[in-house]
Design a binder for this molecule. Structure first.
Ligand SMILES: Nc1nc2c(ncn2[C@@H]2O[C@H](COP(=O)(O)OP(=O)(O)OP(=O)(O)O)[C@@H](O)[C@H]2O)c(=O)[nH]1
Ligand SMILES: [Mg+2]
Length: 445
């Protein structure tokens, strides 16, 4: 943690409320000079944890800046674990700029980096890594399901479960150690197999159950991916705009209008979906269009669901394979009513008249619901978690497959499994993960 503790003696500050003009802005301060700052800006120290109305002044000039609330939280029972304070001021740009200038002028203070308050909370043992990730997701949550799942993780559900499993493995490790150190000793339960069955099997079953829940948790973070593909001019961009209820993509009667990937995020009944419009599939001699078509194929192949659009009067079989592909026939308003009933194995829609758009949306919602967990099930929310679960489960499976193996080998696999569980909560090897997580946080968190 050397790179991060470099400035730990600094007192950091940041506007924690959003940027721009607002009724109220909240400025947070954390670090050893917090009390000095509160005293310098608001006069006498307020009673701890009590919102106290004060006039704030720039200590350098003694000029009044604004009147507002200050709350002082003395360490260690604070968000960061350090002395911590909040100033609630009026949210005008000039007020905010003046208070930032006043606090920044006090020796030993500096503006916080993104996520630095939370980073200090992690360093001071206030949160574990899984909770930090959950918090990052909570801030980013766009739908109700995402919020629920992120809150669960921010509250430490994954960390607690990992700690319970780790406790069981520690118990097994102690027994194995005893066997290594005192192989002949009486009273030491020698049978590693016995030990494995009793203690490790339930842990392995737990890890496997989470892995079997599929990618639902990860999908919930990222949303189910639904790609609109098909021949040029099929009405792909028109459908994207209709479902997004805004003009996201350019629509024109010319084939080959869309060349790049266009993504919109939809909230289908609380369930997150990323809907992607792509370039029409066709033979192309235009280099740029060709790249667009290549990207379209890539997206379609990685999608959870492809809506394969073709015009109802010129239906085309899907040009992508694998996964779920639904044929959708567009522009059905151009067909005589009798002909619309022709094909049972596809959905006839019209973005022009709105026909069957509700039905399509409902079907997409049902699909997304099935693909994404409802935020209650599953502990695995990230690729990182999945890898830890997989490696841990493999190591435990090796022990259970050959419980008669030398105790040293069993102990090594046990160690691997424990490291995996520790990694989840960031007890080991966190440095590389930290940079990635905190860079995504907003300033002031
Ligand atoms: N009558 C009718 N016309 C439609 C409908 N949907 C789209 N169109 C028209 O079809 C033409 C092509 O629509 P786009 O949405 O640009 O088609 P696209 O599949 O995105 O085309 P490319 O981006 O070129 O691959 C436009 O002139 C649209 O107005 C529909 O439901 N009914
Ligand atoms: Mg288009």
């Amino acid at each position: 943690m050397s790179a991060t503790t470099r400035f730990e003696s600094d007192t950091i500050f940041a506007i924690a409320s959003g940027a721009g003009r607002a009724a109220i802005a909240v400025l947070r301060v954390s670090g050893p000079s917090t009390k000095q700052i509160v005293e310098g800006v608001s006069g006498l120290l307020p009673e701890p944890r009590m919102a106290t109305l004060k006039t704030f002044r720039d200590p350098a000039t003694n000029e009044a800046i604004d009147k507002g609330f200050v709350i002082l939280f003395p360490a260690p029972k604070t968000y960061t674990g350090e002395d911590y304070a909040e100033f609630h001021v009026h949210g005008g740009r000039a007020v905010v700029a003046a208070i930032v200038k006043a606090i920044g002028g006090i020796a030993g203070t500096r503006a916080a980096e993104p996520g630095e308050f939370t980073r200090r909370a992690l360093v001071n043992g206030k949160m574990d890594l899984a909770e930090v990730e959950g918090l990052a997701d909570l801030i980013d949550a766009e739908t109700e399901w995402q919020r629920r799942a992120a809150l669960r993780q921010a509250q430490g559900v994954l960390g607690r479960q990992a700690a319970m499993w780790r406790g069981a493995l520690l118990e097994a490790a102690a027994l194995l150690e005893a066997e290594i150190d005192f192989p002949e000793e009486e009273g030491v339960p020698g049978a590693a197999g016995h030990l494995a069955e009793k203690i490790l099997a339930p842990v392995l079953a737990g890890l496997k159950a989470e892995l079997a829940a599929g990618r639902a948790g990860e999908r919930l973070r990222e949303g189910a991916i639904i790609v609109i593909a098909g021949p040029p001019n099929a009405g792909k961009s028109t459908l994207l705009n209709a479902l997004a209820r805004r003009d996201v993509a350019i629509v024109s009667p010319f084939a080959g209008t869309t060349r790049d990937i266009i993504e919109v995020h939809l909230d289908l009944g609380g369930c997150p979906v990323t809907l992607i419009d792509t370039a029409g599939f066709q033979e192309s001699f235009d280099a740029v269009e060709e790249i667009g078509i290549f990207r379209a194929r890539e997206k379609a192949e990685a999608a959870d669901l492809v809506l394969w659009l073709s015009e109802a009067c010129a239906p085309e079989p899907p040009g992508v394979s694998g996964g779920d592909v639904w044929p959708v026939f567009t522009k059905c308003d151009l067909l005589p009513p009798a002909e619309r009933q022709r094909s049972p194995e596809g959905l006839y829609i019209s973005a022009e008249s709105g026909e069957n758009l509700d039905l399509l949306l409902k079907k997409m919602e049902d699909f997304a619901r099935a693909a994404v967990s409802d935020g209650h099930a599953g502990l695995i929310a990230r690729e990182r978690h999945r890898k830890a679960f997989e490696t841990g489960a493999l190591a435990l499976a090796r022990i259970l497959d050959d419980p008669g193996a030398p105790a040293e080998l069993l102990a090594e696999d046990l160690r691997v499994a424990m490291v995996c569980l520790q990694r989840l909560t960031g007890i080991v090897d966190v440095e590389d993960i930290l940079g990635e997580i905190f860079s995504r946080f907003c300033i002031g968190k």
